[in-house]
Every structure is written in structure tokens, then in C-alpha cells.
Design a protein around this ligand. Structure first.
Ligand SMILES: Nc1ncnc2c1ncn2[C@@H]1O[C@H](COP(=O)(O)OP(=O)(O)O)[C@@H](O)[C@H]1O
Ligand SMILES: [Mg+2]
Length: 273
């Protein structure tokens, strides 16, 4: 069993303090959901764990099985078994998706993977994720639709087999079928050797990948933790109750427009069950 432990984490971006004392302990075998209104620090938390240079840790600690994560570079964190599925995956023209995937896999292995084994593993996962075969040969994320980018993040996770996956709004931009495929992929990773932190606004992801723990992050602090009942509370009441705890809610506009296709999704999911 592995443990990712975050203690009293303070993070700033530029001059602004975004995270103000986060405590979180995730063990392999557990899936933690993090919910919260936009602009309250969810992506900041995941990016800081992975070591994005824009996010400066000013206090606190992050350890993986007692090892100091904050002193590791991003590549070392990846080799140690951390993985970030990004909210807005980057487009990297000039690097094909399959070259990228092979390099990332090899970085975590003692011996480079044989081409035969790589292609077999890649093909199998591409099929399971119901992805277009051509995506492997195109430049990384370039011209991919929102949903293709998200599936590609999941493809990376499946190939890299991390100890801990941090998935940032992996459901945004996915239609109902894609959401089901992605949820099945995450569920197929569930084991005693895999832990996950999933950030999402929407209950429907957590209906499909049922978390073991749920946290609400507002204004850079975890204001409530519990089980599935926390998701139901938010689904019914929104975040107004947070104000009763004396905490102002930071409200930020969506940075990307809400896709029209996402509108009827929840109803349809309920209908489909
Ligand atoms: N790269 C950045 N540069 C400047 N401000 C940022 C950056 N990333 C995040 N912020 C600010 O930090 C706050 C938290 O953002 P974020 O962690 O992305 O929130 P969430 O993921 O909960 O929507 C917001 O006020 C946002 O504007
Ligand atoms: Mg975010």
C-alpha cells in the first residue's frame, strides 16, 4: 500500500495565495473526489502536487510513502508514480502521440519496452477507449476535440499505470457515451495498488466512478469531507451552505464556454439507467 500525504499545504500563484492549508491523505485503493466552485483552487492543488512551476509552495509538505515530493522535479514525480490528467491538455505540434506515449512509458521502466509490445498495448487500450486509431499517429493533442483530449489523458494513465492519478475535470467536454467509456477505464484501474483524486463539478461522473472519500474545496481550504452524501448535498443545495460556515465563496466565470452538448446530459444519463 502507498500513501500520498499532503499537510498544511500553502500555494501561491504570482502574488496571490490560492491554497491556504490543505490536509489530505490518499491511500492506494481509495478514490477521492474534490468538488468546489470555479476558481477556488482545485486545479492549483493538483498542479502543485505534480510540480507545475507556476504554483509556488510557500508552506507545508507533500510526501509519497514518506519521500519528500516537493524536492522532486516533475519527471521524478512521474517516475515515483504520480500522474496528472490535465483540465486543459496542451497541444504539442511536432511530437506524435505514440512517440510521446512510448517515451513516457520508457521513462518509468528499467528496460525500454519492445516496439511489438508497445504497439500491442497501445492498440488494445485505444480500442478499449473507443478512440480513433489515427490519434496515435497525429501530433499530441493537436486539433483533437475536447473529448479526444480527455480520452487521450486516460490513455496515458492506462499505459503509465501510475500509483496515484490526479484527474482534473476529466469529464468536461465528454458526451454521455464518452463519459461511460472513460468511467469504465477509471474503474478498471481500481485496485489496491491504485489511488485517485478526481476533480469534477458534476455528480454524474461520481455516479459512474463512485468515490470512497469526498472533499469540498472553497477559498483554498477543505471545508467539508465525508462520503457520497456530500455529493448529494451539493447536488441538492449547491454551495450556499458554505457561507453559513463564515466562508465567502470565490466565484469565477468559466474560463471556457459551456458546450451546448453538455446541457441535457444528466437527464439523459438518468434516463439511460
Ligand atoms: N496560472 C495562473 N496564473 C494566474 N492565476 C491563476 C493561475 N492558475 C490559477 N490562478 C488563479 O488561482 C485561483 C484558483 O484557480 P484554480 O486552481 O484553477 O481553480 P479551480 O480549479 O478550482 O477552478 C483562481 O483565482 C485563478 O484565477
Ligand atoms: Mg480547475
Amino acid at each position: 500500500m502507498s500513501t500520498l500525504k499532503i499537510e498544511n499545504l500553502h500555494v501561491k500563484v504570482g502574488e496571490k495565495e490560492i491554497l491556504r492549508g490543505i490536509d489530505l491523505e490518499i491511500k492506494t485503493g481509495e478514490i477521492h473526489a474534490i468538488m468546489g466552485p470555479n476558481g477556488n483552487g482545485k486545479s492549483t492543488l493538483l498542479s502543485a502536487i505534480m510540480g507545475h512551476p507556476k504554483y509556488i509552495v510557500t508552506d507545508g509538505s507533500i510526501t509519497l510513502d514518506g519521500q519528500d515530493v516537493l524536492s522532486m522535479g516533475v519527471d521524478e514525480r512521474a517516475r515515483a508514480g504520480l500522474f496528472l490528467g490535465m483540465q486543459y491538455p496542451q497541444e504539442i505540434p511536432g511530437v506524435t502521440n505514440s512517440d510521446f506515449l512510448k517515451a513516457a512509458m520508457n521513462a518509468r521502466r528499467e528496460e525500454p519496452i519492445s516496439l511489438f509490445k508497445f504497439i500491442r498495448t497501445l492498440d488494445k487500450n485505444i480500442e478499449e477507449l473507443d478512440m480513433d486509431e489515427n490519434l496515435a499517429h497525429r501530433y499530441l493533442n493537436e486539433g483533437f476535440s475536447g473529448g479526444e483530449k480527455k480520452r487521450n489523458e486516460i490513455l496515458q494513465m492506462k499505459l503509465l499505470q501510475p500509483k496515484f492519478a490526479l484527474l482534473d475535470e476529466i469529464d468536461s467536454g465528454l458526451d454521455v457515451d464518452a463519459l461511460r467509456v472513460v468511467s469504465e477505464a477509471i474503474n478498471s484501474m481500481r485496485s489496491d495498488d491504485f489511488g485517485c483524486v478526481m476533480v469534477s463539478h458534476y455528480e454524474r461522473l461520481f455516479e459512474l466512478v463512485v468515490p470512497t472519500h469526498v472533499h469540498v474545496l472553497v477559498q483554498g481550504q477543505i471545508v467539508m469531507s465525508g462520503g457520497y452524501e456530500v455529493i448529494e448535498k451539493i447536488d441538492h443545495e449547491g454551495y450556499e451552505w458554505v457561507r453559513e460556515l463564515g466562508i465567502e465563496i470565490h466565484q469565477e466565470e468559466e474560463k471556457q464556454p459551456i458546450l451546448l452538448e453538455s446541457c441535457g446530459k444528466k437527464e439523459q444519463l438518468k434516463h439511460d439507467k
